[in-house]
Design a protein. Structure first.
Length: 452
């Protein structure tokens, strides 16, 4: 029996079945925690703190949220109907799409595999998960967890060595959920469009940080440095560059350097809390940016290919034309530009592709609400970085070049759910006025009723 056949048995539509699967997944992940820690250290050299907070913690929170709220989310909704359709009732039925494909990236391999999978299962779908080939050890553990938890005709994991993304996309799916680069996202969208398959694209972009002059500069620097250098900068919502008011530029730079040293020590390469670049391809791309921006380096700039190490690097640049500003950096390099007038910043950013995230640091509510209401972006935070992704009540996703669709918490369930609309009328009542022939007076009276 394949996944489509299993879905057609309607077993996945049983809420108790879904809850049992979610609870089983939670127990299996707990059992595999030692292997998860080891795999993330081997593939990305992640610290224990990062593994707990950005991988396991978010997975367990998503599981607990789905288990607690599933029956409420899946409940059929009753909708009021207009008086001219009475007696009747409207209903919204929560229907799973069918067999969904989840393609995941390398940077948070467990979180970005299991969080969407949890929503797919909660919504009643069958699923295929394809982890990234750039994290082979993590992919192996992800597939082991899935194989041990689920029947292979219900949820299946495809190792990168088994099928390429192009090969798996040639199969028939009812929904595609992709996390990765904008370039690949466009290819996913093209493929899905040919078959009219709905999809979610969680992409990225150059997420700016705007620092006002009315700010707690020490706190701002700590939070920017933490958000930027977490996972060695390989986070889709990481601060990509900073726009700081000229009056506090030097204070910000000084405090960024202070924060880096406080986090990772003088010998950063020896810090157990600082990650590594995923592979040689990623390393060389970042190395090229450092070489091109060598005259603008104000801190860091060291790198060692043998250990895939890139030092936290600060750049002071003069314009958006700099090499570091041409594409998403996705690494531990932070360009810094100054501004004098926030209106100029807003106008400049309006001309850029819409980013996945935007961050504002200011004590002035009028200032940060002006920025938030003037610019389009996926999501963001005021006086914080990245932490918006940990709030279940906030939908996470991009807009324009940074993505299509939202998830997290109930929004993950909604993403994998088709809302089926149904009108139920009383079979003993009918309105003759609805049927031809239509007289002039009939049209006149109906118009008076409908057009106020």
């Amino acid at each position: 029996m394949d996944l489509k056949e299993f879905f057609n048995t309607n077993r996945t539509k049983d809420l108790n079945f879904r809850l049992k699967q979610l609870k089983s997944l939670k127990q299996t992940i707990k059992h595999y925690e030692p292997e998860i820690f080891q795999a993330l250290k081997e593939d990305l050299r992640k610290s224990n703190f990062e593994i707990v907070t950005t991988e396991l913690g978010l997975i367990f929170q998503e599981l607990d949220c789905a288990i607690k709220n599933l029956k409420k989310w899946a409940k059929t909704e009753r909708v009021s109907t207009p008086v001219y359709l009475k007696p009747s009732n409207g209903y919204i039925l929560k229907e799973p799409y069918g067999v969904v494909l989840i393609i995941t990236p390398f940077n948070y391999p467990f979180q970005l595999s299991f969080v969407p999978l949890i929503g797919a299962i909660a919504a009643g779908n069958c699923a295929v998960v394809k982890p990234s080939k750039r994290t082979p050890r993590c992919a192996e553990v992800i597939c082991k967890i899935i194989a041990q938890t689920f029947s292979s005709n219900y949820v299946r994991c495809v190792l990168p060595s088994e099928l390429t993304s192009a090969e798996i996309l040639s199969k028939d799916f009812d929904y595609i959920f992709f996390t990765g680069s904008t370039q690949t996202g466009k290819l996913i969208a093209e493929t899905a469009a040919k078959k009219l398959i709905p999809y979610t694209l969680e992409l990225g972009g150059k997420s700016p940080v705007i620092v006002d002059k009315n700010v707690n500069i020490e706190q701002a620097a700590r939070k920017i440095a933490w958000g930027k250098f977490l996972n060695a900068g390989q986070t889709c919502v990481a601060p990509d560059y900073v726009l700081v008011h000229e009056d506090v530029k030097q204070d910000l730079i000084d405090n960024l350097i202070k924060s880096i040293k406080s986090f990772y020590g003088v010998f950063i390469q020896e810090s157990k809390d600082y990650g590594r670049i995923i592979d040689t391809e990623g390393f060389r791309r970042l190395k090229e940016i450092i070489i091109q921006e060598s005259k603008n380096i104000i801190y860091g700039g060291d790198y060692h290919e043998c250990g895939l190490y890139i030092e936290p690097t600060l750049l002071e640049i003069g314009s958006f034309d700099s090499p570091s500003m041409q594409e998403e950096i996705f690494g531990p390099i932070l360009p810094i530009m100054t501004y004098n007038n926030i209106d100029d910043v807003i106008n400049s950013l309006k001309d850029k592709p819409k980013p996945l995230a935007l961050y504002v640091f200011s004590k002035d509510k009028e200032f940060y609400w002006k920025v938030l209401n003037s610019l389009s972006f996926g999501g963001g935070a005021v006086n914080e970085t990245i932490q918006q992704t940990a709030v279940h009540g906030l939908p996470f996703g991009g807009v324009g070049f940074s993505g299509v669709g939202k998830y997290h918490g109930k929004y993950t369930f909604d993403t994998f759910t088709h809302l089926k609309s149904v009108l139920v009328k009383n079979s003993d009542f009918d309105m003759d006025i609805m049927y031809p022939p239509y007289s002039y007076d009939t049209v006149k009276n109906v118009r008076k009723f409908l057009v106020k």
